[in-house]
Design a protein around this ligand. Structure first.
Ligand SMILES: Cc1cc2nc3c(=O)[nH]c(=O)nc-3n(C[C@H](O)[C@H](O)[C@H](O)COP(=O)(O)O)c2cc1C
Length: 409
């Protein structure tokens, strides 16, 4: 069928055949040393078959202490070959199935406050934050020192080089969802080189982007998944004014710098999946109607796209409309909100959704994501993430065991 989603677009002198992006979705299913394991491979081969033009590989740690869980992917000398094999296989599968090679971007991350490398919290924070720490004040918090920050950019450089050698087309320096770089953007009261002024709060993020660029040269492009606003009440987080209204002034200043650094595509997101998940991913059983959340993402993304028409924007949160997700994605592109439609939870529930839409002009009601948050529950309960409803054969046993705590047999 004819759809704007199936039109090609150029980025970094490469032609992407369609507007579908599979957003980064952590599966928490790597090997303990951070390499690709059986379920990781299964997910990404399904993604490669999907026909999406861009596959944005999940959060992948650059250092052991910054892993979000003991099975988070972690690219290092020992694991890099497993990434290389998977990327090559994905390209081959997509070429054979769909007639093109997708762009594959890896999201490099340091989980900062949400680091749990050994399965229990070992936060590394930009500053102490009452909102976050309520009830958890006695937990040990390591404040990232200025020297530690300097070491992080080195780690990004090393990881980026390995990612380039593994065959990734692009490197995402992740700055969203409350992880380390995102938290630094609101380090208003931190002293020293990485806190206080706008220049200081953005220093770590920009240093790491520069380190990645230096490391990969022209071999891979550098991009970012970026929180336009954190949506915490003032003065926590960044991106809201004193009346708690969203204020994108700082996000615009940051994007201006990102453009100067040569970024042609930016993946826009907002909120925080731990404290206010409904803002990041409109869902059922939420404090607000999902349509309100969807509209918030629309408004924020549109304001940024209007300000930076030359930047290719990926929109987030497109799973919520369920059966109507593709029509909603078309609307966003037609209304110039974004250039790419990014899907997260739908990719776990229904990876062949784009092909079904091209073939039948609609999505299948009994295959779409139900926005029930069970994939998140799996992750928060320390096991592998997937869809226990639509992909129940694989993930329901994990849901029963780790979330419902039902014993087997
Ligand atoms: C289980 C799970 C894992 C996720 N992992 C990541 C991740 O690794 N990196 C990231 O930037 N966002 C991650 N997200 C957020 C999604 O990419 C996406 O922004 C969010 O689900 C909203 O989009 P959707 O409505 O299409 O699901 C994750 C979300 C879920 C539910």
């Amino acid at each position: 069928m004819k759809t704007v989603l199936n039109t090609s677009i150029e980025i970094y002198n490469k032609t992407v055949p369609n507007r579908i992006v599979f957003q980064p979705m952590e599966g928490c299913d790597g090997t303990f040393d951070g390499g690709i394991d059986v379920l990781t491979r299964r997910r990404y081969i399904r993604f490669a078959e999907s026909g999406a033009g861009i596959i944005w590989f999940e959060a992948t740690a650059v250092s052991a202490e910054g892993r979000a869980n003991p099975r988070q992917l972690y690219i290092n000398e020992k694991t890099a070959d497993s990434f290389k094999m998977l990327v090559a296989e994905m390209k081959k599968v997509c070429l054979e199935t769909n007639g093109f090679e997708p762009l594959i971007i890896v999201q490099l991350t340091h989980s900062g406050r949400f680091s749990k490398p050994n399965g229990t919290p070992e936060p590394i924070v930009a500053y102490r934050n009452e909102l976050w720490e309520k009830g958890k004040e006695n937990q040990p918090y390591v404040i990232a020192t200025d020297d530690y920050c300097k070491s992080v950019s080195q780690k990004y450089g090393v990881a980026a080089k390995l990612a380039l050698e593994a065959g990734f087309d692009g490197i995402d320096v992740k700055c969203c969802h409350g992880y380390l770089f995102n938290e630094f953007l609101s380090a208003y009261n931190r002293r020293g080189a990485y806190g206080g002024s706008f220049e200081n709060r953005t220093r770590l993020y920009f240093e790491c982007i520069d380190a990645v660029k230096n490391s990969v040269g022209n071999g891979a492009f550098v991009t970012t998944r970026f929180n336009a606003c954190d949506c915490f009440p003032y003065p926590y987080g960044y991106g809201v004014d004193e009346n708690n209204n969203i204020d994108l002034t700082q996000a615009k200043l940051i994007i201006e710098k990102l453009v100067e650094k040569g970024m042609e595509i930016i993946d826009i997101t907002l909120g925080n999946p731990y404290l206010i998940p409904h803002i990041n991913r409109p869902c059922m059983n939420s404090p607000e109607d999902g349509k309100v959340g969807l509209q918030r993402i629309y408004d924020v993304t549109k304001e940024l796209k209007d300000e930076f028409p030359e930047v290719k924007i990926v929109s987030s949160g497109l799973t919520y409309p369920g059966e109507n997700a593709m029509e909603y994605a078309e609307k966003l592109i037609n209304e110039n909100v974004c250039d790419f439609a990014g899907f997260g939870r739908m990719t776990f529930a229904y990876p062949e959704f784009y092909k079904d839409y091209l073939k039948n002009g609609k999505l299948e009601k009994n295959k779409v994501c139900l926005k029930c948050s069970k994939c998140t529950e799996l992750m928060r309960n320390g096991t592998v993430a997937g869809c226990p409803i639509r992909d129940g054969e694989v993930y329901l046993p994990y849901y029963n065991k780790f979330v419902l705590k039902k014993s087997e047999g």
